[in-house]
Design a protein around this ligand. Structure first.
Ligand code: BGP
Length: 479
């Protein structure tokens, strides 16, 4: 018997820059990922200030969803998707982010995508900004470091809200906004990388700038939510947090406190801003100890307070450990840093696999906020190798997803209000952290490789048929 609610939103998640391709087609401008080269687990990708003919930029073609969307959405429908999480690429609508009139051709593309979803009975869940800042805004303003971006983001939101008001009900203001609390977020998220060219591992870090940029993003998010609530009462507005659960490495109370601090800064700070609408008490000390001063305008407090979310979404891939003891080994993930947990195995990219941690996390978040939750990213990035029969038998991916769904069911039994589940990269796409194709998440295999070759044909993996059964049984049949 299913424990999930009858209207549970099963589906999958993608982001425009990682799968659309057509990076300069129909008037689209360059976004930050369009300036990023490919890389791998061992060789970090680069950001360049101009497009260099000797480098490969994986977002430029990606898997060309732009021209394959009908085929791809039909495959999602075949699996029984109720929802499809994707993003609108800001630079399709406003190529530099600064135009006064939107690009009609870009708007028409998303009309086609959402109409196609509707035709198949799939509810779109739209991320307004998924690591897709117009690069022109990095050049002119140093990204979100500048307050000007709030107004530019609002111009963009107003256009897409009005255009898609009858097609889209669920919106997320920013993808994984809390990555701005980590150095890596300067590139992916806050776009505070003006003039920098080089390896993503060497992006100069400036905490003051990152947290000021985050402030502008919080205000922009709240302002968009406030505006949506006032003009489109049918909209449901959510936040999206990269939730990296931390455990104390030992029962040494110093480790427990260090873990609490890490959870506060990394996960709860951005969550509290969106759900409670104000700076949490613990940030005062953090800002003081890190010489950070946040410049605020007098109206900001009211905007933050009034623009709180209707539902809470997050990505969940892994957990890590925190310790004050010197001898613990680091984990090797590209996004998460932290210490190795001896009870867990890791993916080939060093992301520690922790299904039980998902139950724990769902309970922690729900206990804190008591609003509906949705897991909008989860999944296993793995090397998929074709067997002799020419098929992908990805039992490892099925195992990963099964174990996480089992734990979601436990959390629902615990009493958590869970609305839906959209595993990441439901069709193979470009990795956000490494720029690779080889790190595959999909139920659908795409013939596209790291050297840019491949005929872009799509094939169903074993996990495709398995997930179809999961959805058909509303999560009861996980075999
Ligand atoms: C999240 C991002 C996604 C996605 C995913 C997997 O952090 O929101 O854009 O890519 O992680 O990460 P990766 O692609 O690096 O494996």
């Amino acid at each position: 018997m299913s424990v999930f609610r009858d209207d549970f939103l099963w589906g999958g998640a993608c982001a425009a820059n990682q799968f659309e391709g057509a990076w300069d087609v129909d008037g689209k401008g360059a976004s930050v990922p369009d300036m990023c080269t490919n890389g791998s687990h061992s060789v970090p990708k680069w950001i360049t200030t101009t497009i260099r003919p000797d480098r490969l930029y994986p977002s430029h073609e990606a898997i060309d969803f732009y021209h394959h969307y009908e085929e791809d959405i039909a495959l999602f429908a075949e699996m029984g998707f109720k929802t499809f999480r994707t993003s609108i690429n800001w630079t399709r609508i406003f190529p530099t982010g600064m135009e006064t009139q939107p690009n009609e051709k870009g708007l028409e593309f998303y009309d086609r995508v959402f109409d196609c979803c509707k035709k198949h009975g799939i509810e779109p869940l739209v991320t307004i900004s998924h690591y897709e800042l117009p690069y022109a805004l990095v050049e002119k303003y140093n990204g979100w470091a500048s307050r000007e971006l709030i107004e530019l983001y609002m111009n963009y939101c107003k256009v897409i809200f009005e255009r898609y008001k009858d097609k889209v009900k669920y919106w997320l203001t920013f993808n994984e906004i809390n990555t701005g609390t980590m150095p890596l977020g300067a590139l992916l998220n806050t776009g505070t990388v003006r003039g920098f060219e080089g390896s993503t591992a060497d992006v100069p870090d400036n905490k003051q700038e990152r947290f000021q940029a985050l402030h502008h993003m919080f205000v922009a998010s709240a302002e968009a939510i406030r505006y949506a609530h006032a003009h489109y009462p049918q909209f449901k507005m959510g936040c999206m947090i990269c939730f990296i659960t931390s455990y104390p490495m030992t029962c040494d109370p110093a480790d427990v406190v260090a873990t609490q601090k890490q959870m506060q800064i990394l996960n709860w700070f951005s969550s509290d801003m969106h759900v409670r609408g104000e700076y949490p008490y613990y940030m005062k000390r953090y800002f003081a100890e890190n010489d950070i001063t946040i410049l605020q305008q007098p109206e900001d407090a009211a905007i933050l307070k009034e623009g709180t979310v209707d539902f809470y979404t997050f990505s969940y891939y892994m957990s890590n450990c925190v310790t004050t003891h010197k001898d613990a080994a680091d984990i090797g993930g590209n996004i998460s840093t932290g210490k190795k947990n001896p009870y867990l195995k890791a993916s080939d990219w060093g992301w520690q696999i922790d299904p039980i941690g998902l139950r724990y996390t769902l309970n922690e978040i729900y206990d804190r906020y008591h609003i509906p939750l949705m897991v909008v990213e989860n999944g296993l990035g793995a090397y998929d190798v074709k067997s002799e029969d020419g098929k992908i038998h990805d039992s490892y991916r099925i195992d990963y997803l099964r174990q996480h769904i089992e734990q979601m069911a436990e959390a629902v039994k615990d009493g958590v209000d869970l609305m839906g589940y959209t595993p990441w990269g439901c069709i193979d796409l470009v990795s956000a952290s490494t720029g690779e194709m080889a790190k595959r998440y999909g139920f659908i295999y795409v013939n596209k490789f790291d050297d840019g070759t491949g005929d872009l044909s799509r094939e169903r993996k074993d996990s495709f048929y398995w997930y179809k059964k999961v959805i058909a049984s509303n999560g009861a049949d996980l075999d």
